[in-house]
Ligand binder design. Structure first.
Ligand code: HAM
Length: 420
């Protein structure tokens, strides 16, 4: 037997109903915020992520599905959406579009070769948004508010919004220098990843799972002390907006995020349920990326966005015992007795479905009792039983499965019955 690859999953019909419900709800929410869908390819040039996400990140170093295609090009299955959206923005010269900023959303599979864990997959589905072309604290606030709104609209309550500012490129550089100075004397005690991160990406040391309890991490310099005036002002304005919107948040100066492109606002939304015992608590994450477009040879524009995975959203819903109001409606099950009735049902079904009625019949030669059971399983609102007599008299009893009451109607007007 050939098994499914590690870290992937089949989404079986009862589950895919939930997925569809969530995807539709997300799309509806996007219309409220005036974001439009962008679909980019599942694979891109490896260089896009190496440059965009950052050579020294775990994503690029350890987690990408990279291969040579038959033309000897290095190709990578996308591990995230931002770099691809920015590539498309640049390539399509969206800075020239009339409506600015450009507000985009995307939904689709992403791939990361990660250790398998509950809530962590090698193929997962991200829903993400990016607003490109405006550097204005109000759009940062809009993005954060939208992330909270999304989760709340599914009924989730135990949420914690954690924010930080990484500062502008200048502040970030000064802070990185301070971290290198701070960690250099003790780096020998740190894990090999941190040792190689020291000069390439010192902020990531703050986020290391292995070394997180070390004294040097706990008393490391704080980004807040290195924000220049403009960065502090920007951050304060974002927080003032959040206060005005009544959005609660916690500040965490160690929140640095795993991808290199962030500047200014960085945030994560976490599960905040005291009874939750899973290891993964981050539901979604994002932030501002002021240098990314130029880094990818684009115009001097800035952006902000976030992404969440449907897998973790479902995990959070399950944790809070929230049932989604998925569409389980089914209109009519046709029970048949005998070949002639069955032939009639084939034609009737064909007509009904074209008319928009959700209907089905038996294909397994079940007895009447078995067919009625099938109608129950499908949650059918109505059933009819067609036999020789019904065919002969053109009369059939249509049974309302909720009330148990039946009504006699003409067999050739079942379609008309559903029309009303
Ligand atoms: P990220 O933090 O790497 O950010 O991923 C965002 C979200 O994707 C996570 O919070 C989580 O919900 C989900 N996710 C990531 N990896 C996995 C996995 N292996 N299995 C299941 N879910 C996962 C980004 O990807 C940025 N592009 C977000 C962003 C958009 N920043 C600005 N704009």
């Amino acid at each position: 037997m050939i098994n499914i690859p590690r870290g992937t999953q089949d989404i079986l019909p009862t589950e895919s109903k939930k997925w569809r419900y969530i995807e539709r709800r997300l799309e509806e929410l996007m219309t409220l915020y005036n974001y439009e869908e962008l679909r980019t390819p599942i694979f891109e040039s490896t260089e896009l992520f190496a440059r965009g996400v950052g050579d020294s990140t775990d994503v690029v170093q350890k987690e990408m599905y990279t291969f040579k295609d038959k033309g000897d090009r290095s190709i990578t299955l996308r591990p995230e959406g931002t770099a691809a959206v920015v590539r498309s923005y640049i390539e399509n010269k969206m800075q020239g579009y009339a409506n600015q900023p450009i507000k985009l959303y995307y939904l689709g599979p992403m791939f990361r070769y990660e250790r398998k864990q509950k809530g962590r997959y090698r193929q997962f589905t991200q829903f993400g948004v990016e607003a490109i072309g405006a550097e204005n604290p109000s759009i940062d606030a809009e993005i954060l508010a939208m992330a909270v709104h999304i989760y709340e609209s599914f009924g989730l309550q135990h949420l914690k919004l954690v924010i930080n500012s990484i500062g502008d490129i200048e502040s970030r550089k000064e802070y990185n220098d301070a971290l290198v100075k701070h960690f250099e004397p003790v780096i020998g005690d740190f894990c090999s990843d941190c040792q190689s991160r020291l000069h390439t990406n010192p902020m990531r040391i703050l986020d290391c799972k292995v070394d997180k309890d070390k004294e040097a991490v706990k008393n490391a310099p704080r980004i807040t002390e290195y924000l220049n005036e403009a960065s502090t002002k920007y951050y304060n304005e974002v927080k003032q907006h959040l206060d005005r919107l009544g959005i609660r948040y916690e500040e965490d100066p160690n929140l640095v995020r795993g991808l290199d492109y962030y500047t200014h606002t960085a945030f994560e939304l976490m599960i905040d349920n005291p009874n939750y015992d899973g290891a993964i608590t981050t539901l979604c994450g994002g932030g501002r990326y002021n240098g990314l477009l130029e880094l990818l040879d684009g115009p001097n524009q800035t952006g902000i966005g976030f992404a969440l995975s449907i897998e973790r959203l479902l995990l959070a819903l399950e944790e809070e015992n929230i049932e989604l109001d998925v569409d389980n409606d089914f209109d009519l099950f046709i029970v048949t007795m005998g070949k002639e009735a069955d032939d009639y049902a084939v034609k009737l079904l064909n007509d009904l479905r074209k008319q928009g009625v959700k209907a089905d019949k038996d294909y397994m030669d079940r007895k009447i009792k078995g067919q009625m059971k099938q109608a129950d399983r499908l949650n059918a609102d109505y059933t009819i039983v067609i036999g020789d007599q019904e065919l002969e008299n053109n009369q059939v009893a249509i049974k309302d499965m909720t009330t148990g009451e039946s009504e006699s109607i003409q067999l050739d007007s079942v379609g008309a019955y559903f029309n009303k």
